[in-house]
Design a protein around this ligand. Structure first.
Ligand code: ARG
Length: 388
């Protein structure tokens, strides 16, 4: 008798932010460069009280800064592996090189510390985001070997590369950087940021997955055409794409320091950036709890000098399951909150990674979790997606 061959492995499968984690990619600080100034980004050194801010540096990041971040990333890898989770790492890439394409030039690139921004798994599909910043246009190359491998070995895996925008000057609204805080406040509900609406633009980290329901934040890194592209791509597969907005965030980019789903029925929210009233209805009507994160332990002025993200990196947690969460080691008020909500809280030191733009959720990209596509919002069954 012929032997029945084993069924092919299912390598790509992740429908939400919390199901039991099986395989993940953890970023690396190797060969990172300071992010350049460009129309979609104006990095600034955090001024210390009474001191003028020096100009933002350029070129490769110092070796000791890279080593400290890598050490903490290794700590996360060790924790995940001790839990039986398969961990993969990006390929090396020299980020201090300039880039020249037919439509733009930029003095250097950035880093492979935040795979979350570049790739997302939605069910059996891996989507490479368009990206929104010139310096990050080719970041997907650090993960191509991995993506190609998943695609080759898992016959059910789908691999989609979203259309690359021009990133020409015309894609950006440079006045954005000159608007005063009061102008921003007045225009709070127009949701116009540094990218215009003409091209399809999104970063993967503006997306949060809740089974059938996919939230996409409109931001400095994702525009309305980007959300429309995602809706047209995903809704024929039975998913519902919901554009979401946090009007009090004047510089929104990436949803995972603002609205962090932890398990069915529970989202960790940012007390300074509430979800738009109307958009919060789907959660209230579905009896979900939105629980505010406590104030982070580090003040804005204590964050690493070159970190371009806010203190809310504190709430950028990584779920290993609906009952286990990994948090930054020093964030005790958050540990206590999660503990009181019934979670097992694991911790790793991660503050040295902050200056590379992210914390635990940003620095990872989950490829496989147990479980399938559930409908956590059955009351939306007749919902008409605004998408296409
Ligand atoms: N813009 C966010 C904040 O400062 C940081 C988001 C970082 N997330 C990420 N996936 N890189 O609050």
């Amino acid at each position: 008798m012929r032997e029945v061959s084993a069924s092919p492995p299912q390598l790509v499968n992740s429908w939400n932010e919390w199901d039991p984690l099986q395989e993940i990619v953890v970023g690396s600080a190797d060969h990172a460069a300071y992010e350049p100034t460009e129309p979609g980004h104006r990095p600034q050194v955090r001024a210390r009280p009474g001191q003028p801010a020096p100009p933002f540096p350029s070129g490769p990041k110092p070796l000791d800064t890279i080593e400290r971040a890598n050490h903490e990333l290794e700590g996360l890898v060790a924790l995940l592996e001790s839990r039986g989770i398969v961990v993969r790492r990006p390929d090396p890439y020299e980020f201090s090189r300039p880039l020249r394409t037919p439509t733009f030039e930029v003095d250097s690139q950035y880093c492979a510390t935040c795979p979350r921004d570049v790739l997302i798994t939605i069910g059996n599909e891996i989507i490479e985001a368009t990206m929104s910043r010139r310096a990050r246009y080719f970041e997907h190359l650090c993960y191509r070997r991995l993506v190609q491998g998943y695609w080759s070995e898992d016959p059910n895996a789908r691999w989609t590369v979203a259309p690359k925008p021009t990133m020409a000057d015309s894609m950006y609204r440079t006045e954005f950087w000159e608007w005063s805080m009061s102008q921003r406040y007045e225009a709070m509900h127009s949701f116009e940021f540094c990218i215009s609406q003409d091209e399809v633009v999104f970063d993967a980290a503006d997306i949060a997955r809740l089974g059938r329901d996919i939230l996409v934040q409109e931001s400095m890194t994702t525009n309305r055409a980007g959300i429309r592209w995602l809706a047209r791509h995903l809704e024929p597969r039975g998913l519902r794409v919901h554009p979401v907005h946090f009007p009090l965030d004047r510089f929104p980019s990436h949803i995972d320091c603002t609205f962090v789903p932890l398990r069915p029925g529970l989202v960790l929210t940012n007390p300074e950036r509430p979800l738009h009233e109307q958009e919060a209805r789907m959660f209230r009507d579905g009896d979900w709890q939105l629980v505010d994160a406590p104030q982070p332990v580090l003040d804005e002025r204590d964050m690493p000098l070159h970190c371009q993200s806010s203190k809310w990196l504190a709430m950028n947690v990584l779920s290993l399951s609906p009952t286990t969460v990994v948090c930054e080691h020093h964030e005790e008020p958050l540990h206590e909150l999660l503990d009181s909500l019934g979670f097992e809280v694991l911790t790793v030191p991660f503050r040295s990674v902050y200056e590379f733009g992210g914390s635990l959720h940003c620095a990872t990209w989950d490829v496989r979790r147990e479980g399938g596509c559930e409908d956590y919002f059955p009351h939306l069954r007749h919902h008409q997606a605004p998408g296409a």
